[in-house]
Design a protein around this ligand. Sequence first.
Ligand code: PMP
Length: 418
Amino acid sequence: MLVDVFQQYESEVRSYCRAFPTVFTKAKGAYIQSQDGERYLDFFAGAGALNFGHNPDLIKQRLIEYLQEDGILHGLDMYTDAKGHFLEILQESILKPRNLDYRVQFCGPTGTNAVEAALKIARKVKGRRNIFAFQGGYHGMTLGALACTGNSYNRKGAGTALPDVTFMPFPFGPMKEIDTIAYMDAVLSDTSSGIEKPAAMVLETVQAEGGVVVAPVEWLKKLRQLCDKHDILMIVDDIQVGCGRSGDFFSFERADIIPDIVTLSKSISGCGLPLAIVLLKPELDKWQPGEHNGTFRGNQLAFISGAAGIELFQSLNIPAQVAEKARLIETELQSMIDNLDPRMELRGLGMIWGVDLSPLKNEKLIDQITTNCFEKGLIIENAGRKGQVLKLLPPLTITQDELLTGLHIIERAVKKAL
Ligand code: PMP
């Protein structure tokens, strides 16, 4: 198969494939393989959809068994044993031990649809149109979620107005110098601020596409208090950094806060099958039957794999693994930065890390680095303003040796580019 097939027949909208111009055929664990037999370490992991790596054995086995027994593949949102089992294990293994009382809404199978559902229910419950989103945030490409996404390139693609969202400062860059919580409090308290009180605030506790920007714990706690003070719902979009990526199952656990609504997708199915859910406090579950409907709200295979993924999260003790590997990543990357150019900035937590090259003021470097990495057998993407942040998202189950191999490739790639 030639790459030309895609260049000739596939829409120009294709994206990630442009940085990795080869045809992939197989994948296992932290590796993905091209048709010519090249093996690439995968530090992109399906943009966070493969927290357990490619084709984890337990999940693959459960899927094969389910298919062999002629388990239901498509069931709209009927009651099925696959869905029931997923609901039970999510409640028993994840939510109840964390004292989280949430109803589970199954929506369309992409992250952006979960965000749409969260925004709709927040507006419906509070009877207000406005939403606060944060500068640098990313929530998806459908119009409602896109209206909450800061990136101007993505927003331009809408071709229409993206109304009823007000952007607030996230504690990053120049905005770190101001008291963003006090600013929001002032805006919300001033009847002449010109900014409508929102139904909800939607945020990532670690802005991922925004360039790996970690919200401080104190800021998250104060934001929760601010929402309570002004009767505003807090929606945490945990689509990219949930399911263990931050070190806990949910990224907000580190701040000891409880959002009113949580969106999950990407790694919730355990192996990259499409699945998205909204967790909402029971008193917010004011939906009428079918009010947020959809044909594909019951990906049965994803329920099977998602239940197995939760088993893996428990049996592999993912939080302990992530804590250990986070230390390794941080130490290695910081020493690389100290050796090569201390102006680069390292940010991250758990197993999402970013090396920010913007202080180097050479926008072309980043593409050279990702290309060098690819040539040396590593898949890695960039993120952030003008794509200036090298973003590491390895599978959480990657071995220490594989992790070190990838980190050394990065070091050589950065050195060469510099
Ligand atoms: N929210 C966040 C935080 C994301 O990272 C993404 C995807 N990168 C989305 C929403 C949208 O998910 P999807 O691409 O599955 O629509």
